[in-house]
Design a protein around this ligand. Structure first.
Ligand code: AMP
Ligand code: ZN
Length: 481
């Protein structure tokens, strides 16, 4: 099946056909770096990175850009309050943003452009709009005249009258239309400012994303994504700026994630319920947090509470436990291929193939990670039944190893497992030391030195490793916690 995406622009699920065969250009509105990012911000950062990885898995060459808004009212307000420069504030929280992404197992974007490093591109775009008569200058400010752009409102699905009635924009008598928005803001005292043809000033927020997306992905590109709060005015204005500047279609597919609420309430500083990611990560593994997000369809609202996170924790434990069990399956080197299968084994083989197909179909259907993960859990359940029954046949072992390989593939996209293979160097050394100890213990046993051999067994057990004496040899295993 082909990939289908829900496009906010058409209000429908559409077949995904990138502008250039085999390539995907993907832009996500990134953070405004004035504070540590909160659990709501984590949603777009996690899910769009997963979508990008899935597209790569399907063979696309993806260019993934996530901007950094490092000049903005909130940054300036904080810098004034803390008596330091806006740059110092932005630098501190840009670093924190990258640290937190790393903690959350989010892969780095291909480009993370900063607004303050793209002033020239923004000024050029404003000049084009002024030259076309779509933007007008007012005392060092430059405004976009929305009435000059025929399709203004096409993303949010509203016409200008509706928007005027419903908006809370400040009435500024000088503007031609109250909805006209600032492309360039004249400098105020103590604010960061750059030279421009209209005097010193700073760019408007919407302008940053138009300029940086077109710079790194070309004027027409495939996917533009962000939280649903950005549909209006941010993305509507980006379209107006970019398409208004020339013969530009701008983004083809617009994806928007639903919002995260805390215990059914909007997260806000005034309620005092803002939860930052680094605090949550003190109590929960990043994999649990990722599972929490990915078990919900990205367009649905998502509710956060400790109880819901505990559910995610339990689900994660089941998955991780199975993965650890699958990892400890040892295949006899004489039976690396399936021999004639019993009916039950055939049934299980068909089942696991069907689950894999259904997982992929779910991901292809507007990145339905919730359904996809549901499929993985169906597999977990079946595997647990087989493993609990015990006495695995060589065929069953091979089939379970296939399951493990599938789960590893899934994890390369979702990163929901604690996969020791991620940093195997220390593990390998430990494993050699344990092999050595088990070997020494076997020698001790041969020489009937029971006290010493028992001591090794007990000491290893006390740090979580059990020794199993099998007819041919003794082996060690990590105790399940
Ligand atoms: P900001 O730093 O506020 O510009 O937001 C960065 C990204 O997080 C944007 O894509 C926002 O739409 C998104 N976002 C902000 N708050 C939430 C929330 N509560 N739930 C989901 N996404 C959010
Ligand atoms: Zn943006």
């Amino acid at each position: 099946m082909a990939i289908h995406l829900y496009n906010t622009l058409s209000g429908e699920k559409e077949k995904f056909e990138p502008l250039q065969a085999g390539k995907v250009s993907f832009y996500v509105c990134g953070p405004t770096v004035y504070d540590y990012f909160h659990i709501g911000n984590a949603r777009p950062f996690i899910i769009y990175d997963v979508f990008r990885r899935f597209l790569q898995y399907r063979g696309y060459d993806v260019k993934y850009v996530v901007n950094i808004t490092d000049v903005d009212d909130k940054i300036i307000q904080r810098s004034i309050k803390e008596n330091r420069t806006a740059k110092e504030v932005a630098d501190e929280f840009t670093k924190a943003y990258f640290d937190d992404l790393d903690q959350l197992l989010v892969k780095l974007p291909d480009v993370s452009p900063k607004a303050t490093e793209h002033l020239d591109d923004m000024i050029t775009l404003v000049q084009e709009l002024v030259a076309k008569g779509i933007a007008y200058v007012l005392d060092g400010d430059v405004y976009y005249s929305i009435e000059k752009f025929q399709s203004y409102g096409k993303l949010s699905g509203k016409n200008i009258e509706d928007l005027q009635a419903g908006s809370r924009v400040e009435i500024d008598e000088r503007k031609e239309n109250p909805l006209d928005f600032a492309l360039w803001k004249a400098a105020k005292p103590d604010e960061p400012a750059w030279d421009s043809p209209w005097g010193k000033g700073r760019p408007g927020w919407h302008l940053e994303c138009s300029a940086m997306s077109m710079k790194y992905l070309s004027k027409d590109f495939d996917i533009h994504a962000g939280g649903e709060d950005l549909i209006f005015p941010h993305h509507e204005n980006e379209i107006a700026q970019s398409c208004g500047s020339g013969n530009v279609k701008f983004a083809k597919y617009w994806l928007h994630n639903g919002f995260l609420n805390i215990r059914d309430k909007k997260m806000s500083k005034s309620i005092g319920n803002v939860l930052i990611v680094r605090d949550i990560l003190k109590s929960y593994k990043p994999q649990v947090l990722r599972l929490f997000f990915l078990q919900k369809h990205y367009r649905s609202p998502i509710n956060y509470s400790e109880e819901i996170l505990e559910d995610a924790q339990r689900g994660w434990e089941r998955l991780q436990n199975l993965f650890d069990n699958l990892n400890s399956i040892e295949i006899d080197s004489n039976s690396l291929q399936l021999k004639s299968l019993t009916n039950k084994e055939k049934e299980f083989k068909n089942f696991q193939e069907r689950i894999k197909q259904e997982y992929i179909s779910a991901m292809e259907d507007d990145f339905n990670t919730a359904l996809a993960i549901g499929k993985v859990f169906e597999l977990v359940k079946e595997c647990n039944i087989i493993i609990t029954r015990g006495n695995l046949t060589e065929n069953q072992k091979l089939l379970l190893v296939n399951v493990k390989e599938f789960i590893v593939e899934v994890d390369e996209i979702l990163s929901i497992l604690d996969n020791d293979e991620h940093d195997s160097s220390g593990e390998e050394e430990l494993s050699k030391v344990l092999d050595l100890l088990v070997g020494i213990r076997s020698e001790l046993r041969k020489n009937k030195l029971w006290d010493l051999s028992d001591k090794i067994r007990e000491e290893l057990a006390s740090i979580g490793y059990v020794i199993e004496d099998q007819p041919e040899k003794s082996i060690w295993k990590k105790e399940k916690t």
